[in-house]
Design a protein around this ligand. Structure first.
Ligand SMILES: [Mg+2]
Length: 160
């Protein structure tokens, strides 16, 4: 389906050269730090698919910009994930309901990485390979403050 990030993250030119020699789409991941990287990569022909990660691009605003760019330019987009707690998983699940996310995301069940998640409900993988999008207010899940305090090994307080 794709070859993900075969070359260095700052190597859009050589990704474009490589993409011209391949039938298989290149998906850029680490190369896409914000929407301008997406624009340049697509204009150069460095990729035909983009993988976005919320933390890598600096937050939800950049994800929305990249999603809008990909939707407008018909670039398949998906959301990567791995070690997020349930907070990040809930956000990823919600983001990928946006119409520009046209490929399946790789958010996994909370239990794949954690004995206990810090949200309720945790992300649960169904037998058909789907995970429900949390439907509660805000990010859709309740953050379990008591569990975080129990699991924490240290804490610091920052006052505004
Ligand atoms: Mg990757």
């Amino acid at each position: 389906m794709m070859i993900e990030q075969p070359l260095d993250e700052d190597d859009l030119v050589d990704h474009a050269k490589l993409q011209r020699t391949l039938h298989t789409p290149i998906c850029l991941d680490e190369s896409i730090r914000h929407v301008e990287d997406a624009r340049k990569a697509v204009e150069l022909g460095s990729c035909r698919i983009i993988n976005v990660k919320v933390a890598r691009v600096g937050g939800l605003t950049q994800v929305r910009k990249i999603e809008a760019f990909c939707r407008t330019h018909h670039v398949p987009l998906w959301c990567g994930g791995m070690l997020e707690t349930g907070i990040g998983r809930a956000i990823n699940l919600a983001l990928t309901t946006l119409p520009g996310f046209t490929l399946p995301e790789d958010t996994s069940a909370s239990s794949r990485y954690f004995h206990q998640d810090i949200v309720d409900p945790p992300a649960v993988l169904h037998n058909d390979g789907t995970i429900d999008v949390p439907q509660g207010p805000g990010i859709g899940v309740n953050v379990l403050i008591d569990r975080i305090q129990t699991l924490a090994t240290d804490h610091q307080r920052f006052e505004a």
